[in-house]
Design a protein around this ligand. Structure first.
Ligand SMILES: Nc1ncnc2c1ncn2[C@@H]1O[C@H](COP(=O)(O)OP(=O)(O)OP(=O)(O)O)[C@@H](O)[C@H]1O
Ligand SMILES: [Mg+2]
Length: 296
């Protein structure tokens, strides 16, 4: 099956010193499926998202969307069209919404651009349908402003807004990490019907590998800008092969404080040190890739 969105050998370096934030990343997103991109802070997850949405241009490698090379898309209107197909949901649900505008405005604006033939009434009905899809009640939610919503509700509105333009791809960058633990899973639970019914290809970015199981058929573990292990999520979680993946599984990290205890942190430093190299990605089982560790 041809991937909806595919990267080959993606590299990104920043600044005069050309610090590599991402090296040789090859991933594929498929219709109706979700890939989890997992890694601790600074591993390059958001850089990858920005390349995929072409907010940044890669220093090396290619990005193909629907078979078309979008690596060096330039024109404003080409980029705008591309980004309507590849929508982004951000970590901070509040920052992404304009405090001066109602939920209705947030949803009807993209609808007006994407489906200009809708009448006003049809547009409001479409906005209501989007809210129902993310399990919010349109009767009470349409008129509300961002500050009148809970964090979880705001993130649902962000998702509804992303859906308004019928995207082929949704990239969700830590969509639940700023939400209460108690509601995270209910927000992640909304991904399944989007894959099933809308056939959307998804990239779920998280520092918490344990949540990948809920949403993603496949998982790629990123460390120091490189994929160290990639494959079916169940396999990675039940039978991790790379020491860094094992480390992530042992210590499901808190934001900003990846590995809490000192016992773990000594071991964690050792694992990090050996996980930095550019060994080959080797296929250890069908679709399960592990980066080899350089021995000297
Ligand atoms: N615009 C930029 N200029 C210079 N360096 C950058 C820039 N954006 C990211 N970086 C660097 O690239 C690396 C990866 O950053 P990135 O934001 O992709 O990490 P992340 O995995 O999303 O981390 P977090 O979990 O904290 O969001 C970091 O070392 C970061 O400092
Ligand atoms: Mg990030």
């Amino acid at each position: 099956m041809t991937p909806v969105l595919e990267t080959r050998g993606l590299c990104m370096s920043f600044g005069a010193q050309k610090l590599a934030a991402l090296s040789d990343v090859s991933i594929a997103l498929h219709e109706g499926r979700c890939l989890a991109l997992v890694g601790e802070s600074g591993s390059g997850k958001s850089t990858c998202a920005k390349l995929l949405t072409r907010m940044l241009r890669p220093t090396e490698g290619t990005i193909h969307f629907g078979g078309e090379d979008v690596t060096v898309l330039r024109g404003r209107s080409d980029l705008r069209t591309y980004r309507s197909h590849v929508q982004m949901v951000f970590q901070d649900p509040f920052a992404a919404l304009n405090p001066a505008h109602s939920v209705q405005h947030h949803l009807e604006r993209p609808l007006a651009l994407h489906k200009p033939n809708l009448s006003r009434a049809e547009r409001t009905e479409a906005a209501s349908a989007l809210l129902r899809q993310v399990e919010l009640d349109p009767a009470t939610t349409l008129r509300k402003f961002p500050h009148e919503l809970s964090g979880g509700q705001r993130q649902r509105v962000n998702l509804a807004r992303a859906l308004a333009v019928d995207p082929a791809v949704i990239i969700a960058d830590e969509p639940t990490s700023m939400l209460d633990m108690s509601i995270r899973l209910s927000v992640l639970d909304m991904f399944a019907p989007l894959k099933r019914e809308r056939r959307i290809a998804m990239l779920y970015i998280t520092h918490d590998i344990a949540t990948a199981r809920y949403v993603a058929e496949e998982t790629a573990v990123l460390y120091g800008g490189r994929i160290v292990e990639m494959g079916p999520t169940d396999r990675l979680i039940d039978d991790p092969r790379h020491p860094y993946t094992k480390l992530l599984l042992e210590a499901v990290p808190e934001i900003g404080r990846p590995f809490g205890s000192t016992r773990l942190s000594v071991e964690a430093d050792r694992v990090r040190a050996i996980s930095r190299g550019a060994g080959d990605l080797r296929e250890v089982a069908p679709g399960h890739f592990v980066r080899e560790i350089a021995t000297n």
